[in-house]
Design a protein around this ligand. Sequence first.
Ligand code: BGC
Length: 374
Amino acid sequence: MKRTAFVFLILNFAFSNLFSQSVAHRRAETMKLGMNFSYLDNYWNGTKEKQFSDFLKSEEALKRESKFADIAKAGFKTVRVPICFSAWMELKQPYNWRDTKGLEIADSWVKAALASNLNVIVDLHHSEFDGSIPEAIKPERIVSLWLRIAERYKHTDPEKVFFELRNEPHDISAEAWRREASEIIKVVRKIAPKHTLIVGFHEWNGRKQMIESQPFEDSNIIYTFHYYDPFVFTHQGASWVGFGVQDLRNIPFPANGKENKTPDGSKGSWVEGNINAYAEDSKAEKMFADLKAAKDWSIKNKVPIFLGEFGSFGQFSTIEDRCRHAETVYSALGKLGIPNAWWEWDQGFTMFKPGTTSISECMQKAIDSYYTKK
Ligand code: BGC
Protein backbone atom coordinates (compact mmCIF):
# COMPACT_ATOMS: atom_id res chain seq x y z
CA MET A 1 0.00 0.00 0.00
CA LYS A 2 2.79 2.31 0.99
CA ARG A 3 4.59 1.53 -2.23
CA THR A 4 1.49 2.24 -4.34
CA ALA A 5 1.10 5.57 -2.63
CA PHE A 6 4.72 6.37 -3.37
CA VAL A 7 4.39 5.45 -7.06
CA PHE A 8 1.21 7.51 -7.23
CA LEU A 9 3.01 10.49 -5.75
CA ILE A 10 5.87 10.21 -8.22
CA LEU A 11 3.49 9.88 -11.16
CA ASN A 12 1.43 12.77 -9.94
CA PHE A 13 4.53 14.92 -9.63
CA ALA A 14 5.75 13.91 -13.08
CA PHE A 15 2.37 14.63 -14.70
CA SER A 16 1.82 17.92 -12.97
CA ASN A 17 5.29 18.98 -14.02
CA LEU A 18 4.65 17.88 -17.56
CA PHE A 19 1.33 19.65 -17.58
CA SER A 20 2.53 22.97 -16.24
CA GLN A 21 5.55 22.87 -18.51
CA SER A 22 3.24 22.39 -21.44
CA VAL A 23 1.34 25.53 -20.44
CA ALA A 24 4.45 27.61 -21.11
CA HIS A 25 5.20 25.64 -24.28
CA ARG A 26 1.64 25.94 -25.51
CA ARG A 27 1.55 29.68 -24.88
CA ALA A 28 4.96 30.16 -26.50
CA GLU A 29 3.55 28.48 -29.61
CA THR A 30 0.91 31.20 -29.90
CA MET A 31 3.49 34.02 -29.82
CA LYS A 32 4.85 33.49 -33.34
CA LEU A 33 5.97 36.79 -34.82
CA GLY A 34 5.94 39.73 -32.45
CA MET A 35 6.73 43.41 -32.37
CA ASN A 36 8.10 45.69 -29.68
CA PHE A 37 6.10 48.85 -29.26
CA SER A 38 8.30 51.50 -27.70
CA TYR A 39 7.36 54.77 -25.99
CA LEU A 40 6.49 53.98 -22.37
CA ASP A 41 10.17 53.13 -21.97
CA ASN A 42 11.51 56.45 -23.32
CA TYR A 43 12.59 57.73 -19.89
CA TRP A 44 15.48 59.69 -21.42
CA ASN A 45 12.97 62.30 -22.61
CA GLY A 46 12.32 63.16 -18.95
CA THR A 47 14.38 64.87 -16.27
CA LYS A 48 16.19 63.38 -13.32
CA GLU A 49 14.54 65.92 -10.97
CA LYS A 50 11.16 64.39 -11.77
CA GLN A 51 12.55 60.83 -11.61
CA PHE A 52 12.19 60.91 -15.39
CA SER A 53 8.38 60.58 -15.15
CA ASP A 54 7.95 63.76 -17.21
CA PHE A 55 9.05 61.78 -20.28
CA LEU A 56 5.45 60.78 -20.78
CA LYS A 57 3.08 63.08 -22.63
CA SER A 58 -0.44 61.76 -22.11
CA GLU A 59 -1.87 63.12 -25.31
CA GLU A 60 0.85 61.57 -27.41
CA ALA A 61 0.60 58.27 -25.53
CA LEU A 62 -3.15 58.09 -26.05
CA LYS A 63 -2.78 58.83 -29.73
CA ARG A 64 -0.39 55.90 -30.05
CA GLU A 65 -3.05 53.48 -28.84
CA SER A 66 -4.49 53.00 -32.31
CA LYS A 67 -1.18 51.53 -33.45
CA PHE A 68 -1.85 48.20 -31.77
CA ALA A 69 -4.47 47.60 -34.43
CA ASP A 70 -1.88 48.42 -37.12
CA ILE A 71 0.58 45.94 -35.62
CA ALA A 72 -2.07 43.22 -35.60
CA LYS A 73 -3.12 44.10 -39.14
CA ALA A 74 0.48 43.69 -40.28
CA GLY A 75 0.27 40.05 -39.15
CA PHE A 76 2.07 40.17 -35.82
CA LYS A 77 0.59 38.00 -33.08
CA THR A 78 2.40 39.37 -30.04
CA VAL A 79 3.31 42.81 -28.85
CA ARG A 80 6.03 43.39 -26.28
CA VAL A 81 5.41 46.62 -24.42
CA PRO A 82 8.54 47.95 -22.70
CA ILE A 83 7.40 50.03 -19.73
CA CYS A 84 9.49 52.15 -17.38
CA PHE A 85 7.32 51.50 -14.29
CA SER A 86 10.30 52.60 -12.23
CA ALA A 87 9.59 56.24 -13.10
CA TRP A 88 6.24 56.00 -11.33
CA MET A 89 7.23 54.30 -8.06
CA GLU A 90 8.81 55.91 -5.02
CA LEU A 91 12.50 55.38 -4.41
CA LYS A 92 12.01 54.56 -0.72
CA GLN A 93 10.01 52.11 1.34
CA PRO A 94 7.11 51.43 1.33
CA TYR A 95 7.54 51.93 -2.40
CA ASN A 96 4.12 53.32 -3.18
CA TRP A 97 3.20 54.45 -6.65
CA ARG A 98 4.05 58.15 -6.86
CA ASP A 99 2.36 58.88 -10.17
CA THR A 100 -0.63 57.04 -11.57
CA LYS A 101 -0.93 58.80 -14.93
CA GLY A 102 1.59 56.50 -16.57
CA LEU A 103 -0.02 53.45 -15.00
CA GLU A 104 -3.41 54.38 -16.40
CA ILE A 105 -1.91 54.71 -19.84
CA ALA A 106 -0.15 51.35 -19.51
CA ASP A 107 -3.49 49.78 -18.48
CA SER A 108 -5.25 51.21 -21.45
CA TRP A 109 -2.49 50.07 -23.82
CA VAL A 110 -2.79 46.53 -22.52
CA LYS A 111 -6.55 46.72 -23.15
CA ALA A 112 -6.02 48.10 -26.65
CA ALA A 113 -3.55 45.34 -27.51
CA LEU A 114 -5.97 42.69 -26.24
CA ALA A 115 -8.80 44.27 -28.19
CA SER A 116 -6.67 43.67 -31.31
CA ASN A 117 -6.33 40.05 -30.22
CA LEU A 118 -2.59 40.36 -29.66
CA ASN A 119 -0.66 38.55 -26.94
CA VAL A 120 0.80 41.26 -24.70
CA ILE A 121 4.06 41.19 -22.83
CA VAL A 122 4.15 43.60 -19.91
CA ASP A 123 7.89 44.19 -19.83
CA LEU A 124 9.64 45.96 -16.95
CA HIS A 125 12.08 48.14 -18.86
CA HIS A 126 14.89 50.46 -17.80
CA SER A 127 14.21 50.28 -14.06
CA GLU A 128 17.82 51.44 -13.63
CA PHE A 129 17.32 54.58 -15.80
CA ASP A 130 20.78 55.88 -16.79
CA GLY A 131 22.40 54.53 -13.64
CA SER A 132 22.38 57.94 -11.94
CA ILE A 133 19.84 57.02 -9.21
CA PRO A 134 21.40 54.14 -7.25
CA GLU A 135 18.31 53.53 -5.05
CA ALA A 136 16.30 52.78 -8.18
CA ILE A 137 17.97 49.47 -8.72
CA LYS A 138 17.94 47.97 -5.22
CA PRO A 139 16.71 44.35 -5.50
CA GLU A 140 14.03 44.95 -2.83
CA ARG A 141 12.70 47.82 -4.93
CA ILE A 142 12.55 45.73 -8.10
CA VAL A 143 10.72 43.02 -6.17
CA SER A 144 8.29 45.66 -4.86
CA LEU A 145 7.75 46.92 -8.39
CA TRP A 146 6.65 43.43 -9.33
CA LEU A 147 4.45 43.09 -6.31
CA ARG A 148 2.54 46.14 -7.47
CA ILE A 149 2.61 45.32 -11.18
CA ALA A 150 1.33 41.79 -10.57
CA GLU A 151 -1.46 43.17 -8.34
CA ARG A 152 -2.42 45.54 -11.12
CA TYR A 153 -2.52 42.93 -13.89
CA LYS A 154 -3.51 39.76 -12.03
CA HIS A 155 -7.04 39.86 -13.44
CA THR A 156 -5.88 39.90 -17.06
CA ASP A 157 -6.21 36.77 -19.19
CA PRO A 158 -3.20 34.54 -18.46
CA GLU A 159 -3.52 33.00 -21.91
CA LYS A 160 -2.79 36.40 -23.50
CA VAL A 161 -0.85 38.51 -21.01
CA PHE A 162 2.74 37.66 -20.10
CA PHE A 163 4.96 39.24 -17.46
CA GLU A 164 8.61 39.91 -18.35
CA LEU A 165 10.62 40.34 -15.15
CA ARG A 166 13.31 42.73 -16.27
CA ASN A 167 14.76 43.89 -19.54
CA GLU A 168 18.48 43.36 -20.05
CA PRO A 169 19.83 43.07 -16.50
CA HIS A 170 23.42 44.34 -16.58
CA ASP A 171 26.14 45.39 -14.16
CA ILE A 172 24.91 42.55 -12.00
CA SER A 173 26.53 39.14 -11.49
CA ALA A 174 24.88 35.95 -12.63
CA GLU A 175 24.32 34.94 -8.99
CA ALA A 176 22.89 38.28 -7.90
CA TRP A 177 20.47 38.35 -10.83
CA ARG A 178 19.41 34.77 -10.13
CA ARG A 179 18.68 35.67 -6.49
CA GLU A 180 16.69 38.74 -7.54
CA ALA A 181 14.76 36.87 -10.23
CA SER A 182 13.94 34.02 -7.81
CA GLU A 183 12.52 36.55 -5.34
CA ILE A 184 10.43 38.20 -8.05
CA ILE A 185 9.11 34.84 -9.23
CA LYS A 186 8.10 33.95 -5.66
CA VAL A 187 6.25 37.22 -5.18
CA VAL A 188 4.49 37.18 -8.56
CA ARG A 189 3.46 33.53 -8.21
CA LYS A 190 1.54 34.26 -5.01
CA ILE A 191 -0.43 37.00 -6.70
CA ALA A 192 -0.78 35.69 -10.25
CA PRO A 193 -0.42 31.89 -10.14
CA LYS A 194 -1.46 31.32 -13.76
CA HIS A 195 0.43 33.94 -15.72
CA THR A 196 3.42 32.88 -17.78
CA LEU A 197 6.62 34.69 -16.90
CA ILE A 198 9.28 35.69 -19.37
CA VAL A 199 12.75 35.54 -17.90
CA GLY A 200 16.10 36.49 -19.38
CA PHE A 201 19.59 36.40 -17.95
CA HIS A 202 22.39 38.77 -16.97
CA GLU A 203 24.59 40.65 -19.47
CA TRP A 204 21.70 42.30 -21.30
CA ASN A 205 19.57 39.18 -21.79
CA GLY A 206 22.68 37.56 -23.21
CA ARG A 207 22.27 34.52 -25.40
CA LYS A 208 25.48 32.91 -24.19
CA GLN A 209 24.52 33.72 -20.61
CA MET A 210 21.20 31.94 -21.11
CA ILE A 211 22.95 28.90 -22.54
CA GLU A 212 25.32 28.81 -19.56
CA SER A 213 22.43 29.07 -17.09
CA GLN A 214 19.95 26.64 -15.62
CA PRO A 215 16.21 27.19 -15.83
CA PHE A 216 14.42 28.21 -12.65
CA GLU A 217 12.26 25.80 -10.68
CA ASP A 218 8.98 27.39 -11.72
CA SER A 219 7.79 25.57 -14.82
CA ASN A 220 5.50 28.27 -16.21
CA ILE A 221 8.35 30.33 -17.67
CA ILE A 222 9.40 31.19 -21.21
CA TYR A 223 13.09 32.06 -21.39
CA THR A 224 14.22 35.03 -23.41
CA PHE A 225 17.36 36.40 -24.99
CA HIS A 226 18.27 39.25 -27.33
CA TYR A 227 20.17 38.92 -30.59
CA TYR A 228 21.71 42.03 -32.12
CA ASP A 229 24.56 40.30 -33.91
CA PRO A 230 26.61 41.39 -35.68
CA PHE A 231 26.50 44.36 -33.32
CA VAL A 232 28.67 46.64 -35.50
CA PHE A 233 26.06 46.29 -38.21
CA THR A 234 22.87 46.50 -36.11
CA HIS A 235 24.07 49.39 -33.96
CA GLN A 236 26.21 51.40 -36.36
CA GLY A 237 25.93 55.05 -35.44
CA ALA A 238 23.96 54.40 -32.22
CA SER A 239 24.77 57.31 -29.92
CA TRP A 240 23.46 55.53 -26.79
CA VAL A 241 26.04 52.78 -27.15
CA GLY A 242 28.72 55.44 -27.23
CA PHE A 243 32.39 54.83 -27.65
CA GLY A 244 33.37 53.64 -31.11
CA VAL A 245 30.00 52.30 -32.20
CA GLN A 246 28.52 55.77 -32.60
CA ASP A 247 31.18 56.60 -35.20
CA LEU A 248 30.52 53.57 -37.39
CA ARG A 249 29.01 54.20 -40.83
CA ASN A 250 28.27 52.34 -44.06
CA ILE A 251 28.74 48.83 -42.76
CA PRO A 252 27.04 46.61 -45.35
CA PHE A 253 25.28 43.32 -44.66
CA PRO A 254 26.74 40.84 -45.20
CA ALA A 255 30.40 41.82 -45.40
CA ASN A 256 31.53 42.54 -48.94
CA GLY A 257 35.11 43.52 -48.26
CA LYS A 258 34.22 47.21 -48.42
CA GLU A 259 33.19 47.68 -44.82
CA ASN A 260 34.59 50.66 -43.06
CA LYS A 261 37.90 50.56 -41.36
CA THR A 262 37.80 50.87 -37.60
CA PRO A 263 37.27 54.54 -36.68
CA ASP A 264 40.42 56.06 -35.17
CA GLY A 265 38.82 56.50 -31.76
CA SER A 266 38.11 52.80 -31.32
CA LYS A 267 41.42 51.27 -32.33
CA GLY A 268 42.42 48.61 -29.84
CA SER A 269 38.87 48.31 -28.41
CA TRP A 270 36.32 45.51 -28.76
CA VAL A 271 34.83 47.46 -31.68
CA GLU A 272 38.02 46.86 -33.65
CA GLY A 273 37.81 43.17 -32.74
CA ASN A 274 34.22 43.06 -33.99
CA ILE A 275 35.12 44.77 -37.26
CA ASN A 276 37.96 42.34 -37.84
CA ALA A 277 35.61 39.42 -37.20
CA TYR A 278 32.81 40.92 -39.33
CA ALA A 279 33.43 38.89 -42.50
CA GLU A 280 32.87 35.75 -40.45
CA ASP A 281 30.20 37.12 -38.09
CA SER A 282 27.93 38.31 -40.89
CA LYS A 283 27.71 34.88 -42.51
CA ALA A 284 24.26 33.32 -42.48
CA GLU A 285 25.71 29.99 -41.30
CA LYS A 286 27.34 31.62 -38.28
CA MET A 287 24.12 33.43 -37.32
CA PHE A 288 22.06 30.27 -37.80
CA ALA A 289 24.48 28.39 -35.54
CA ASP A 290 24.14 31.09 -32.85
CA LEU A 291 20.36 30.80 -32.86
CA LYS A 292 20.47 27.02 -33.06
CA ALA A 293 22.60 26.95 -29.92
CA ALA A 294 19.77 28.79 -28.12
CA LYS A 295 17.22 26.32 -29.49
CA ASP A 296 19.41 23.36 -28.46
CA TRP A 297 19.46 24.74 -24.92
CA SER A 298 15.69 24.97 -24.90
CA ILE A 299 15.33 21.39 -26.14
CA LYS A 300 17.88 20.05 -23.69
CA ASN A 301 16.15 21.77 -20.77
CA LYS A 302 12.61 21.14 -22.06
CA VAL A 303 11.72 24.82 -21.75
CA PRO A 304 10.35 27.21 -24.39
CA ILE A 305 12.35 30.24 -25.57
CA PHE A 306 11.46 33.59 -27.11
CA LEU A 307 13.77 36.04 -28.88
CA GLY A 308 12.57 39.28 -27.30
CA GLU A 309 14.60 41.78 -29.33
CA PHE A 310 16.43 41.83 -32.63
CA GLY A 311 16.60 44.41 -35.41
CA SER A 312 18.85 47.14 -36.74
CA PHE A 313 19.20 50.88 -36.29
CA GLY A 314 18.14 52.60 -39.50
CA GLN A 315 19.80 55.99 -39.44
CA PHE A 316 23.11 55.04 -40.99
CA SER A 317 22.46 51.89 -42.98
CA THR A 318 20.49 51.27 -46.13
CA ILE A 319 17.12 49.56 -46.10
CA GLU A 320 18.52 46.91 -48.47
CA ASP A 321 21.29 45.95 -46.06
CA ARG A 322 18.83 45.96 -43.16
CA CYS A 323 16.41 43.74 -45.09
CA ARG A 324 19.16 41.22 -45.86
CA HIS A 325 20.04 41.14 -42.18
CA ALA A 326 16.39 40.80 -41.16
CA GLU A 327 15.84 37.96 -43.63
CA THR A 328 18.88 36.08 -42.36
CA VAL A 329 17.52 36.21 -38.82
CA TYR A 330 13.83 35.64 -39.66
CA SER A 331 14.49 32.63 -41.87
CA ALA A 332 16.73 31.06 -39.20
CA LEU A 333 14.02 31.69 -36.57
CA GLY A 334 11.43 30.11 -38.85
CA LYS A 335 13.53 27.01 -39.43
CA LEU A 336 14.22 26.69 -35.73
CA GLY A 337 10.66 27.54 -34.65
CA ILE A 338 11.66 30.37 -32.30
CA PRO A 339 8.94 32.94 -31.55
CA ASN A 340 10.26 36.47 -31.52
CA ALA A 341 9.70 40.22 -31.41
CA TRP A 342 11.36 42.74 -33.71
CA TRP A 343 12.77 45.88 -32.07
CA GLU A 344 10.65 48.06 -32.79
CA TRP A 345 7.59 49.38 -34.62
CA ASP A 346 7.98 53.07 -35.46
CA GLN A 347 11.09 54.61 -33.94
CA GLY A 348 14.77 54.28 -34.92
CA PHE A 349 14.66 50.55 -35.73
CA THR A 350 11.44 50.67 -37.73
CA MET A 351 10.78 48.41 -40.72
CA PHE A 352 8.91 51.17 -42.52
CA LYS A 353 9.95 52.24 -45.96
CA PRO A 354 11.90 55.46 -45.36
CA GLY A 355 9.53 58.42 -45.17
CA THR A 356 6.35 56.28 -44.90
CA THR A 357 4.43 54.36 -42.28
CA SER A 358 4.22 51.10 -44.19
CA ILE A 359 6.55 48.16 -43.93
CA SER A 360 9.03 48.22 -46.81
CA GLU A 361 8.67 45.53 -49.44
CA CYS A 362 11.98 43.89 -48.74
CA MET A 363 11.23 43.86 -45.00
CA GLN A 364 7.93 42.14 -45.77
CA LYS A 365 9.84 39.54 -47.73
CA ALA A 366 12.16 39.10 -44.74
CA ILE A 367 9.17 38.63 -42.41
CA ASP A 368 7.59 36.12 -44.79
CA SER A 369 10.76 34.04 -44.77
CA TYR A 370 9.87 33.08 -41.18
CA TYR A 371 6.95 31.08 -42.55
CA THR A 372 8.43 29.94 -45.87
CA LYS A 373 11.63 28.96 -43.99
CA LYS A 374 13.70 29.80 -47.07
C1 BGC B 1 16.70 49.40 -25.33
C2 BGC B 1 16.52 50.47 -26.35
C3 BGC B 1 17.52 50.30 -27.46
C4 BGC B 1 17.46 48.90 -28.01
C5 BGC B 1 18.50 48.65 -29.05
C6 BGC B 1 16.57 48.08 -26.00
O1 BGC B 1 16.59 47.05 -25.06
O2 BGC B 1 15.72 49.52 -24.35
O3 BGC B 1 16.62 51.73 -25.74
O4 BGC B 1 17.21 51.19 -28.52
O5 BGC B 1 17.59 47.96 -26.97
O6 BGC B 1 19.77 49.00 -28.58
